[in-house]
Design a protein around this ligand. Structure first.
Ligand code: FMN
Length: 177
């Protein structure tokens, strides 16, 4: 099964996850970028007005892929706005897709993510996964600043059932000779 990973990342965590998962799945990976440099103030305004910011165009040959993995952070319960812009722009192609976020982790968040996707896309996602920074043993050490996920942290997420299930379902199956 050929998977395309499309991600947005502000501080690098979802980028690290996207590139790691792309290697594991042998998937192609594309980054959502913006014409305007983003800062914390822009995030605040996006959250406040629930904006759909301008994003750079991505040329995608959708017919090449069987499954699309969307990855982005969550900002105050909301799917990061540049990802929302991408989803809205490409909703007609999102039939077999999943949403994964590497986020801090908050209760009832998954339902809120599902609701947002429902508003934007006709089809339901195959799965929604939150990899939660809060659960990491090193979380307390970086608690007062934005947590930067490390390769060691990723090893922990990779052991989670959800990660394994994604690999099992979407990794390219090699023919046995
Ligand atoms: C302004 C802001 C709001 C956030 N709100 C949430 C939130 O509601 N829920 C959550 O799980 N994480 C929240 N986070 C944490 C991010 O989702 C987390 O740091 C994520 O890993 C960042 O991804 P990135 O490095 O790919 O940008 C927030 C982060 C920022 C900067």
């Amino acid at each position: 099964m050929k998977t395309l990973i499309v991600y947005f990342s502000f501080t690098g965590n979802n980028k690290l996850l996207a590139n790691t998962m792309a290697k594991d799945l042998e998937a192609e990976v594309l980054q959502i970028t913006e014409p305007k440099k983003r800062g914390m103030f822009g995030i605040m305004l996006d959250m406040l007005f629930n904006r759909f910011p301008k994003i750079d165009n991505l040329e995608i040959s959708w017919q090449k892929y069987d499954h699309v993995l969307l990855m982005a952070p969550i900002w105050n319960y909301l799917i990061a706005h540049p990802m929302k812009s991408f989803i809205r722009k490409n909703s007609e192609y999102l039939k077999n897709y999943s949403f994964i976020t590497l986020c801090s982790g908050r209760e009832t968040q998954k339902e809120k993510i599902a609701k947002q996707l429902k508003k934007l896309v006709k089809y339901e996602p195959k799965t929604i996964i939150e990899f939660e920074i809060l659960k990491l043993p090193t979380y307390e050490e970086q608690k007062d600043s934005i947590y930067k996920v490390t390769q060691d942290d990723l090893k922990i997420f990779k052991e989670e059932e959800a990660y394994q299930k994604i690999l099992k379902t979407y990794a390219i199956k090699k023919e046995m000779v």
